[in-house]
Design a protein around this ligand. Structure first.
Ligand code: NI
Ligand code: MN
Length: 227
């Protein structure tokens, strides 16, 4: 059975047949992170949804040290490669069959600038990922507003949807509940809330808005679930 551990904010560790991966490995400076980047010694993949610091996070350090392959859209993959990482570049709408299963890159309504000093480096389109592990499809939405394109995901279909609910930069609980209607996952896990005051949200409000349309699993930072 595959498992997913929530590392706080937007970071997840995913382990299943043929895959040990981090999604948006923001650990250093993440007030919710239960472990630091050095905790991860053996890793196959790093999935990075966009270039903002609270997602790109420790990707460069972890990738260099573990030799994990970073999966990202072309522009961000190019940036990561220039920083010494092994990469697999993809783009929005594309699907590729990895040894562990398929990965599809999904659109996200957001930005993806990489801040370095006073510079902003173009990171390409922000995205989400549908990652197939042990035959089940997990949708990591990344940072995104509510979009009609999410309705196309019901054709995957998605077993577990990881959705941001903190508002301000991303969907709030109300929009995330509408996203559940569009995606029709069996299980939904909220993230990207309560890390900082500007993204305060009540996960229990999300639970009641979703009702019986999906099973909502609220993971505390450090907690893991089987998928
Ligand atoms: Ni962002
Ligand atoms: Mn973010």
């Amino acid at each position: 059975m595959a498992k997913v551990r929530f590392l706080g904010h937007a970071a997840f560790y995913l382990e299943g047949r043929g895959i040990r991966a981090l999604v948006d490995p923001f650990l250093t400076g993440n007030p919710q992170a239960p472990v630091g980047p050095s905790y991860f010694r053996e890793l196959d993949y790093l999935f990075v949804t966009h270039g903002h610091g609270d997602h790109l996070g420790d990707a460069v350090e972890i990738g260099r040290r573990t030799g994990a392959t970073a999966v990202a859209v072309f522009e961000l993959a190019n940036y990561l490669q220039s920083r010494g990482l092994k990469v697999h570049s993809m783009h929005v709408g594309g699907r590729y069959r990895f040894p562990f299963g398929s990965v599809k890159v999904t659109p996200a309504l957001h930005g993806s600038g990489i801040i370095e000093g006073s510079e902003i480096i173009y990171g390409g389109n922000p995205c989400g990922f549908v990652i197939e592990v042990e035959g089940k499809k997990l949708y990591f939405a990344g940072d995104t507003g509510l979009s009609a394109e999410m309705g196309l995901l019901q054709h995957e279909p998605v077993e577990v949807a990881f959705l941001p609910i903190g508002g301000n930069y991303v969907m709030d609980v109300k929009d995330a509940a509408i996203a559940v209607d569009l995606i029709k996952p069996r299980v939904v896990v909220p993230f990207h809330y309560n890390t900082w005051p500007v993204i305060e949200a009540k996960p229990q409000e999300f639970v009641s808005l979703v009702g019986d349309r999906a099973k909502v699993v609220v993971l505390a930072p450090g907690e893991e679930m089987e998928v």
